[in-house]
Ligand binder design. Structure first.
Ligand code: CAA
Length: 246
């Protein structure tokens, strides 16, 4: 199998780490970005101890110039990006009538502007090489909305609009573009939701539990594989039955 270069943004987080490991298990050379060097080096050492060789590069996906420099470093350290997973994301939960402009902007810049900032840097190379995989890690709350998440839901819904346009533009170049919409997964982000609120949310999940990061990573590896060449513009919901669209 060809060893491809997989760049996962926000790879040091809960779902991100599982994605990095699964893509490495699939035979890819995996790289992620960081903003905090000390934390990233500790993460890299932990991956090494678990048998995974992960490359790291500095970069802020919410910033155009930083993203450009970050991708150039991926190219020089590891190689041209074949698989891009736009996974970096944040929450600034609050009801809309209390939301500040900064809470809106931080979420839009990190979750949605990042898709432009990073993908724009890799798409021309993928088109020239006639192969690519671009994956957006969106959210169930981009599909169904969520109390306290007007900013986050808007950003996550926007990610799929981005996917389906890019999918059309790049289909003839061997590039597939898809969205994965995880439900509530047992990560730090979800565990930060107040316990009584979280308990009510879990009670709405038919499978009866939070998701596991590996259950999201499995789908990323599936969509990144050569054999998934005919799947493009899809939005794969992985949420324990919490929201069933069609
Ligand atoms: N539907 C209807 N009413 C709701 C509600 C809901 N889902 N949630 C809260 N309310 C009501 C409360 O019952 C309360 O009503 P009363 O004042 O009449 O009692 C009122 O709204 C205020 O609620 P809170 O006390 O919760 O208000 P708050 O300002 O303290 O907190 C909040 C608001 C920050 C949004 C908090 O409710 C919260 O954290 N909610 C969870 C948001 C969430 O699901 N975030 C997901 C994070 S994980 C993630 O994003 C990953 C992913 O992709 C899934």
């Amino acid at each position: 199998m060809t060893a491809r270069v997989a760049f996962v943004t926000g790879g040091t987080g809960g779902i991100g780490t599982a994605i990095c490991r699964e893509l490495a298990n699939q035979g890819n050379r995996v790289v992620t970005n960081y903003r905090n060097e000390e934390k990233a080096l500790a993460w890299q050492a932990a991956q090494k101890a678990a048998g995974f060789d992960m490359a790291i590069v500095p970069g802020d996906v919410s910033d155009v110039a930083s993203s450009a420099a970050m991708v150039r470093q991926v190219e020089s350290d590891v190689g041209a990006v074949d698989i891009l997973v736009n996974n970096a994301g944040i929450t600034r939960d609050t009801t809309f009538h209390k939301m500040s402009a900064l809470q809106w902007q931080e979420v839009m810049r990190t979750n949605l502007d990042s898709c432009f900032n990073v993908t724009r840097q890799v798409i021309e190379g993928m088109r020239a090489r006639k192969w690519g995989r671009v994956l957006q890690i969106s959210s169930i709350n981009g599909q169904k909305g969520q109390y306290g998440q007007a900013n986050y839901a808007a950003s996550k819904a926007g990610m799929h609009g981005f996917s389906i346009s890019l999918a059309q533009e790049n289909a003839k170049f061997g590039i597939t573009v898809n969205t994965i919409s995880p439900g509530y997964v047992g990560t730090d982000m979800v565990m930060a939701v107040p316990e009584e609120v979280r308990a009510k949310i879990v009670a709405q999940i038919p499978v009866g539990r939070l998701g596991d990061p590996d259950e999201i990573a499995y789908a990323v590896a599936f969509l990144a594989a050569d054999k998934a060449a005919w799947i493009t513009g899809a939005n794969l919901a992985i949420n324990g039955g919490h929201y069933m669209g069609w």
